[in-house]
Ligand binder design. Structure first.
Ligand SMILES: [Zn+2]
Length: 112
């Protein structure tokens, strides 16, 4: 995984509904994504309770900020929120709440 932080606003098919808020919070979103990746990479096999809590809190911060700027998937109607979450293998991805969900890896590539 590259160290470049991919702003969720740049995901293909994702629209930011509150662009003024996004301008204001762009740095916070990037820092939150960086913090989440850093914690996720730091946690080996069986993380301590405190480290698990930090990982969950960092992820929740990313998702709260994406919600605050109104990041929505427009690949199906109506637009749906997106979130960062672990996939079935435990890797962090972005996915929307459409059914079936659209998914992107953290480099911005859409996943099948
Ligand atoms: Zn979608």
């Amino acid at each position: 995984m590259s160290d470049r932080v991919f702003d969720p606003a740049d995901l293909s098919g994702v629209r930011i509904e509150r662009r003024d808020a996004h301008q204001h919070l762009r740095g916070a979103v990037q820092h939150a994504v960086e913090a989440t990746l850093l914690v996720a990479r730091t946690v080996p096999g069986a993380p301590s309770g405190a480290m698990k809590l930090a990982a969950v809190a960092a992820l929740q911060t990313v998702n709260a900020l994406m919600s605050a700027v109104g990041a929505r998937c427009t690949l199906a109607a109506p637009p749906e929120d997106i979130e960062m979450s672990p996939d079935s293998a435990g890797h962090l991805i972005y996915q929307c709440f459409h059914n079936p969900a659209h998914k992107w890896d953290l480099n911005g590539s859409q996943l099948p």
